[in-house]
Design a protein around this ligand. Sequence first.
Ligand SMILES: CC(C)(COP(=O)(O)OP(=O)(O)OC[C@H]1O[C@@H](n2cnc3c(N)ncnc32)[C@H](O)[C@@H]1OP(=O)(O)O)[C@@H](O)C(=O)NCCC(=O)NCCS
Length: 162
Amino acid sequence: MDELHINDVKIREASVNDIDKIYLIEKLSFHEQEVYPKNLLNFYLSIAPKTFLVAEVRDKIIGYVIAVIRRGYIGHVVSIAVDPSFRRKGFGKLLMVKIEEVLKVLGCVILRLEVSKTNTAARNLYLNIGFVEAYEVPKYYFNGCDAIIMFKLLSKYRQTLV
Ligand SMILES: CC(C)(COP(=O)(O)OP(=O)(O)OC[C@H]1O[C@@H](n2cnc3c(N)ncnc32)[C@H](O)[C@@H]1OP(=O)(O)O)[C@@H](O)C(=O)NCCC(=O)NCCS
């Protein structure tokens, strides 16, 4: 593939047809025990179709992000990954910026996520876009790694939280 530019990428809602490719990216991106099986990916697609996004370059899926909305106002970023051959080109950041926009439109005032303490790439990405590291959960992951819980405030004030 020729040199890629950030403008070559299209971010759109995922569809059932994308699940095989998303699963491949999962397998290339996470420890065996942390990989989401296809049925879990399909479950997220069914409960959160507006907040399951893919990044597509010339008809190829190169990354995805999944979020769910908790209590109507907390946007929980459940997973994000970019195909290893397409990393460090700004696509992860773009996926995060887009999911943040969608979650805000859907009424979220705060974002939350968990990240492994040893995952420097992801921690830097989240810090880079304004998340703060709030607290640690020891041995959160199957491999025994600690998690860091991160938040980002989207809006300082909202009239009601119904
Ligand atoms: C985390 C991940 C999604 C980042 O995707 P990406 O497309 O490579 O990230 P970007 O190119 O948009 O990088 C944005 C910023 O993140 C940080 N970053 C990304 N990769 C990094 C790395 N390997 N080392 C240090 N910082 C990194 C940098 O601050 C970077 O900004 P810069 O390029 O201007 O320095 C990708 O590394 C990935 O898929 N990892 C495996 C899955 C994973 O760990 N997901 C997160 C689970 S919590």
